[in-house]
Write a protein that binds this ligand. Structure first.
Ligand code: ADA
Length: 550
């Protein structure tokens, strides 16, 4: 299923996960969905188009909603050969609506493309891999008359500590609706909203619900509530949607990031959604195991570098009380790419889908954009400004940030709520770690960061798993990685001006072949775990530093 809990008590939902027929490079395979085709030995380096197909049997005629959690990176969906959806970007979900399908057996086909071309501005050869396949779960929903597309929730707290839940619900009418009612409930809050709609229209209704005796969602101490919306037409219940929400406040106040009024010290990891055996299609069990490792180190946060994550991962973070920095999809894009009109369109779509789909997760405390892009020129500034404003418009309740590597020349720090820098003292940067961090903070303060929180969004060093230098000096040895990381974390935690740190990175990841010359083993080896989750020496170093930092 696309989530870790039951989203519908009323709407019939069937999983379409399982073996599909995959045609790639003129051969057919039985391929597991969700999955990447690189797990099939003959396709480990296949890049291009491939086609997934399976039969879908429908007992009763009616309308269907096919929900794709994620297809990497471009999907064209056909129902009995008829195009029903087109979607770009591996990291967000999309639906295909099929009205008035007949009972019986149908053929569902998904043409998937993971090639690098001018049609894709966000998936480019990069310091992580763009795998191919239907990488997240697929579901078949039955809908009738009208259905709930999505909900958006946020909570506000008054001076006396009383919460109000604010919910909006989007309903799509498949036929004319003269008497539609959405009933909402969360904790002891209840509301009803009536609406009318024409066939084909989507309407949005909203309600504010005061709630009492609320237990807050907090870091490593999560409390979740079901937000339920029920839709009825002419007094008949036809559809529902359940989401899990939390009551907490996130605020930026001066140099501090406050959760429920308390200053946060963020300690965590940059984590790519990737695993040696499964590529970018992780099972929920693998995600949960990753979070057990993160918790063991004393981490309280994850940055979803550099794209929106699987909602099942966010569900786990909601449940465990792990804070999340989620960012849209963009890593170190070159000028020519950012100048293309398609780039503006594809990033805007990613912003919209990320927030529409993930806005209700209490674990997300900040949205990010444009990791390490052109933040030192007027051209780049305009793009940063546009994207940051877009996120603020879509969700005015959370702060925004971006991770910069433009030391001493960034001109966009005034645009964000939280200033974040990716720094690698002792690895890429040769200056003494403490001197570099202090010099950089001084410069930031004078260039837009004064009176704002500062995060170290990346810090780390490379170490090849299993490569040991008994003298502890050799580059790429586990010993050298551990020593550099120890020094880096000491400097970070000795600097009270910083609100926290995201280590680069949780586990090693495969990178695009085009990056092989800069990356031993075609891997980014800065994980404190290898990409099969075996700890390197740096793991113990991070664990000690995270546990000691208060
Ligand atoms: C950057 C970037 C990461 C990764 C890292 C590295 O800061 O944001 O995606 O490439 O550097 O390993 O060099």
């Amino acid at each position: 299923m696309t989530r870790n809990f039951r989203e519908h008590a009323l709407r019939p939902v069937e999983s379409l996960d399982g073996l599909w027929t995959l045609t790639a490079n003129e051969k057919t395979y039985a391929a597991w969905v969700p999955g990447v085709w690189e797990t099939i030995p003959e396709l480990t380096t296949w890049r291009g188009e491939a086609e997934y197909t399976r039969a879908v049997t429908i007992d009763e005629p009616g309308s269907l909603l096919l929900r794709f959690g994620g297809v990497s990176h471009t999907a064209d969906v056909f129902f009995d050969g008829r195009p029903v959806a087109h979607h770009y970007n591996a990291y967000t979900a999309f639906d295909a609506l099929i009205e008035n399908a007949e009972a019986g057996e149908h053929t569902l086909t998904v043409r998937v493309d993971n090639s690098y071309s001018e049609k894709s501005t966000l998936h480019i050869p990069n310091d992580y891999e763009t795998y191919g396949g239907i990488t997240r779960p697929v579901e078949l929903h039955r809908v009738k008359g009208a259905y709930i597309e999505r909900m958006a929730f946020h909570a506000t707290e008054d001076k006396a500590g009383r919460f109000t839940a604010h919910a909006r619900v989007w309903v799509r009418a498949l036929e004319d609706v003269t008497e539609g009612v959405v009933s909402l409930s969360v904790a002891d809050g209840r509301a009803e909203a009536a609406f009318t709609a024409h066939a084909g229209e989507t309407v949005c209704v909203g309600a504010d619900m005061p709630v009492t005796d609320i237990l807050r969602w907090d870091v490593l101490n999560a409390r979740l509530y079901d937000l339920t919306a029920r839709l009825s037409l002419d007094g008949r219940p036809v559809d529902d949607l359940i989401d899990r929400v939390g009551f907490r406040t996130v605020k930026v106040e001066g140099e501090a990031i406050l959760l429920n009024g308390r200053r946060l010290l963020l300690k965590g990891f940059n984590r790519h959604e990737e695993h040696g055996q499964f590529g970018s299609a992780l099972s929920v069990e693998a995600m949960a195991a990753d979070l057990q490792l993160a918790l063991d180190t004393g981490a309280n946060t994850i940055r979803t570098c550099h794209y929106p994550n699987d909602p099942r991962f966010l569900d786990l973070c909601d449940e465990l009380g792990i804070l999340v920095w989620e960012e849209h999809h963009a890593r170190a894009l070159p000028h020519e790419v950012m100048a293309s009109p398609l780039f503006a369109e594809q990033t805007a779509a990613c912003n919209e889908e990320m927030i529409a789909q993930h806005v209700n997760h209490p674990c997300i405390y900040v949205w990010g954009v444009l990791n390490e892009c052109e933040s030192e020129t007027e051209f780049g500034r305009e793009i940063y400004r546009r994207n940051l404003e877009h996120l603020r418009r879509l969700d005015p309740t959370r702060p925004v940030t971006f991770a910069s590597c433009r030391y001493f020349k960034d001109i966009c720090l005034d645009l964000v709520d939280i200033v974040s820098f990716n720094i690698y003292p002792g690895w890429y940067v040769k200056e003494d770690s403490s001197a570099f961090v202090n010099r950089l903070i001084g410069w930031m303060e004078e260039n837009g960061a004064a009176n704002k929180p500062i995060l170290i969004s990346e810090i780390g060093a490379g170490g090849i798993a299993g490569y040991h230098d008994p003298f502890g000096q050799a580059k790429w040895s586990e010993e050298r990685q551990a020593a550099i990381v120890a020094e880096q974390l000491k400097v970070v935690f000795d600097t009270p001006r910083l609100s926290g740190v995201y280590l680069w990175q949780f586990a090693d990841v495969k990178v695009s072949e085009e990056w092989a010359r800069a990356r031993p083993k075609t891997m980014n080896n800065k994980g404190i775990l290898d990409n099969w989750r075996r700890p390197k020496m740096a793991y113990a170093v991070v664990k000690k530093a995270f546990h000691e930092a208060k």
